[in-house]
Ligand binder design. Sequence first.
Ligand code: SAM
Length: 191
Amino acid sequence: MIPLHHSVEFQHHLWLDALVTARTIVDITCGNGHDTVYLLSHCHKNSHVYAIDIQEVALTRTKEKLLKEIPQAMKQVDLILGSHDSVLETLPVSTIDLMVANLGYLPNADHQIMTQSTSTIKALSKGLEKLSVNGLCTIVAYPGTEAGRKEAEDLEEYIASMNQKEFHCSTWRPLNQANQPPILYIIRRRK
Ligand SMILES: C[S@@+](CC[C@H](N)C(=O)[O-])C[C@H]1O[C@@H](n2cnc3c(N)ncnc32)[C@H](O)[C@@H]1O
């Protein structure tokens, strides 16, 4: 059954569809590694995942999780330290088939280090330039804090302004939950 209570789980079903053909995958906020491990566990053996985070501790946690859960996939992943907006400027790939972003801060770490709309939008626009035809991008935003709400608003404005002829853009969120649940944004390149 497709879960309808949480954006993070709901998006897995979009990923599973995209992962059938996706060969170049970018996780622009790898954090504790849950998403990176999921992507590597479900992608084709010839696919490659680039996992980016601005914090060394996030890369360490992601690496530990990978080694524990899917050590055989280590050759399919590059862990990259840096801010996603600058990393995406120089990422050595010509196309991206699936790009994912789980915004906000790293749980059990410094909550002051969190994604910011300016760099998030810059990173997304760099990545979207390389998104393949029918390629997918998903973004989970957390409007439960003041900073998170601002980022979600800025992001929504940016995504809503994208050219309809080039991208299908939509959003998904639970409507009757307390505490402003995370919002999922979905972008697919049309041509
Ligand atoms: C909610 S966590 C990501 C969760 C992760 N995807 C997972 O599956 O565990 C958000 C992450 O964004 C990272 N982050 C914040 N600003 C960033 C930036 N400018 N570039 C790259 N990563 C950033 C934080 O360090 C944090 O690890």
